[in-house]
Design a protein around this ligand. Structure first.
Ligand code: C2E
Ligand code: CA
Ligand code: CA
Length: 720
């Protein structure tokens, strides 16, 4: 569906924005400049904002626009609100009918620009407020001068200054009894002068206004300090709150003893409201209304630093929606936004109302903070509930959407308590993130609990995976060879090449550790080719050219488009006959192989290379499928021989000789030769021979040895 384009009225985005902006602000009663002047100013600022959103403005431009609004005295809270509304309408939300311009990057820039504008505005306002405060305190000094002068000179002049001051003023004695109030103060507080006279000023100051106020006021009445500045709320006579900033100054008598207290009171309600709104905006996510990352970290830090008597630990449930990107890409960003909003509302209604902080960390990530957490037992049901809430059916664009999330759970002791786990909020959130990824890796739509052991293992794996490419270049990977022994005559008919990593520092890693990592990082492709070449070269030095060289390959290697070509090149380069090479592919890799890998196997088989199915019996072979693959050898999983039954596929133990004999017969029925792995004892070897198994491999028949020891091994008499 394409949206109808709005007829171009010939005006630019900047002009339209400037007009709308001017109209929005001018409709308020808070403008101190004329409309023409305002339009000129906003025209310029609109141009700058559009440049920011289009991505070609200098950094800091949006912030300058914010301070320009303050400089133009557009400091009424409503002015900022209207500005943000208009800018959001024109820059963030595409105008109805307008072409979809710029996409998500532009929208992101626009929201960032609005945030920056707000903070530039707040900063400029703070700056201006500070200047004003300095003016007030200068006024306090003057008032003191005036008051003193009044005592010595004309009462009348003093009275006039006092009475008509724009600022509220009260004079009380050092006990706090109100002696005089001016008109401004009465207006501010909604009382008549006679209602205030004789009352105690301290009755207006509540200890919880500002915990530091009392000691400072006491110090002042004792004559130790001369000024106290407070910002506090009063309740007017009509019950409405009024925020004031006041400077109380001490007036001393001719002998220097404290005599009067003069309070200069300014109504800062509007500024206060604006500041709280800006603060709210700075701490909440505009899309969902949830606390944002900044507020979350503020609360998390506060919880972590809470004193030793705070109960419990700090718990975090970190949630990340599964497949959100796909939903966003297929249904569009509006639908994506609605989805996020719904998820946020569900989480907040259920968990936020129980005193937990539900925050949006950005994108499709949410977090639930449990400030007093009894431990994982409390987090687990909470995570279950969160996942259920997210899983509940959701309708977008008229269809039902299935949404799920993955969660990472972490608890952390407060800093006063013993800390064994990662320290600080950042570390904690890193752990939560890692844990959430475990849940994703384990199959999504589930939670995982932080486990320091698994974390250390992850870190170690990460570290190893980083070292492997250089290790490959440095030739640190080697092969050991284990004999494949024919039961009929005890002859060594082949060897299996087993990879080892031997770094020069003396550490040793087995293939069970590094092969899975190499498969994950893709290094398996060059590593596999390297090992094959190395095996062929090693084998060139052995006496028997017909000895079967059995080399393991990963499914991943065969998915490379030039896999066959490169394998063939290695064989011819090293002079190895394909008929004496066998490639082992695990049953699970083989069964997962479709398309290209199967073709590759067929081509390899056509070259004369033998194909063996490794670890047969641990996966779920489809026998019909198996029959169609170019396989020559079935290697029975070691568990058939050692434990008597296959570990994976059967799922229950069947009498071992029966199953072993069945699998050997199966191999023969399919025309394959049967190789038994993990032959550890003479009895096992004996039984396998009885059952008609063709070849055996295992410690009893010969351990893996370095290439140089293979000739000696071939000479040795066969073990019984
Ligand atoms: P696999 O292919 O099944 O290799 C047999 C494993 O069993 C080897 O472990 C071998 O040392 C071990 N083994 C030998 N005899 C006995 C025995 O009597 N009892 C028992 N319990 N075990 C025995 P290794 O060398 O640690 O290799 C582990 C796995 O790593 C291999 O299993 C194979 O899947 C993989 N691997 C080894 N080398 C390579 C390679 O070059 N490429 C690829 N892709 N995978 C490799
Ligand atoms: Ca193998
Ligand atoms: Ca095996």
């Amino acid at each position: 569906m394409s949206l109808p384009h709005r007829p171009d009225d010939g005006r630019s985005t900047v002009d339209r924005l400037a007009d709308a902006w001017t109209a929005a602000i001018d409709s308020g009663s808070f403008v101190s400049i004329g409309r023409t002047e305002l339009r000129a100013l906003l025209g310029e600022l609109a141009g700058r904002m559009v440049a920011v959103v289009d991505g070609y403005a200098l950094p800091g431009t949006a912030s300058e626009v914010g301070s320009a609004l303050v400089a133009a005295h557009l400091t009424d809270p409503a002015a900022l609100r209207s500005s943000l509304d208009v800018l959001t309408g024109h820059l963030v939300v595409p105008q109805a009918g307008a072409p979809p311009d710029g996409g998500p990057a532009r929208i992101r820039r626009a929201s960032a620009a609005l945030n920056e504008l707000s903070s530039g505005y707040a900063r400029a306002l703070q700056e201006r407020t500070r200047t004003e405060q300095e003016r007030i305190s200068a006024a306090a000094f003057t008032a003191r001068g005036v008051a003193e002068a009044a005592r010595w000179a004309s009462e009348a002049r003093y009275g006039a200054v006092f009475e008509h001051a724009v600022i509220g003023i009260s004079v009380s004695d050092v006990e706090g009894t109100v002696l005089e109030v001016n008109r401004s103060l009465c207006r501010m507080l909604g009382y008549r002068a006679d209602e205030l006279l004789g009352r105690s000023v301290f009755g207006f100051i509540h200890p919880d206004d500002d915990p530091d106020a009392w000691p400072r006021i006491a110090a002042m009445t004792a004559g130790e300090i001369d000024h106290v500045r407070l910002e506090k709320a009063y309740f007017r006579k009509d019950g409405l709150p009024v925020w004031t900033e006041l400077v109380v100054s001490l007036i001393r008598g001719p002998d220097g003893a404290p005599q009067y207290l003069v309070a200069m009171v300014e109504d800062v309600t509007e500024r206060h409201e604006l500041q709280s709104r800006l603060q709210y905006q700075a701490e909440h996510d505009p899309l969902t209304g949830l606390p944002n990352r900044a507020l979350f970290f503020h609360r998390l830090n506060r919880a972590l630093e809470a004193g030793p008597d705070a109960d419990g630990e700090v718990g975090v449930c970190y949630l990340d929606l599964d497949g959100f990107k796909e939903i966003n890409d297929t249904l569009g960003h509006d639908a994506g936004d609605r989805l996020l909003h719904t998820v946020a509302t569900r989480l907040h209604r259920s968990l936020g109302t129980e005193g937990h902080t539900v925050a949006r960390m950005g994108g499709d990530e949410f977090v639930v903070l449990v400030e007093h957490c009894t431990g994982v037992d409390e987090l687990v049901p909470l995570a279950r509930r969160s996942l259920e809430l997210i899983r509940a059916p959701l309708y977008l664009e008229g269809r039902e959407i299935a949404v799920s999330a993955s969660a990472g759970l972490v608890t952390h002791p407060r800093s006063g308590q013993r800390a064994e786990r990662p320290d600080g909020a950042v570390e904690l959130m890193k752990a939560a993130d890692t844990t959430m990824y475990w849940a994703k890796r384990d199959g999504r739509d589930r939670f995982a609990v932080f486990d320091p052991g698994r974390h250390d293992h992850d870190v170690a794996v990460f570290e190893l995976s980083g070292r492997m490419p250089a290790a490959l270049d440095a030739g640190e990977f080697e092969l050991d060879y284990q004999p494949l022994v024919r039961f009929r005559d005890g002859r060594v008919t082949g060897v299996e090449a087993l990879a080892r990593w031997r770094p020069p520092d003396g550490s040793r890693f087995g293939p069970d550790v590094f092969i899975p990592i190499a498969e994950q990082t893709g290094l398996i492709v060059p590593l596999g080719l390297y090992l094959l070449r190395r095996a062929c070269r090693d084998a060139a030095a052995w006496p028997d050219p017909d000895l079967v060289l059995s080399v393991n390959v990963s499914g991943r290697q065969l998915r490379e488009p030039d896999a066959v070509e490169r394998i063939a090149a290695i064989l011819s380069e090293t002079g190895r006959a394909p008929s004496s090479v066998q490639l082992e592919l695990t049953e699970s890799d083989l069964m997962a192989a479709e398309g290209r890998p199967v073709e590759a196997l067929q081509e390899l088989s056509a070259l004369g290379v033998r194909i063996a199915i490794d670890d047969f019996g641990t996966g779920w072979s489809n026998l019909a499928y198996l029959h169609r693959l170019p396989v020559d050898v079935l290697k029975l999983a070691g568990s058939f021989v050692t434990q008597g039954s296959a570990s994976g596929a059967a799922g229950r133990d069947v009498d071992s000789p029966v199953i072993l004999s069945a699998v050997i017969d199966l191999a023969h029925t399919l025309g394959l030769s049967a190789v038994a792995e993990s032959v550890e004892t003479a009895e096992q070897a004996h039984r396998l021979r009885e059952l008609g198994c063709d070849v055996g491999q295992g410690w009893h028949l010969g351990e893996p040895v370095p290439a140089g020891q293979v000739p000696a091994m071939l000479d040795r008499p066969a073990p019984g």
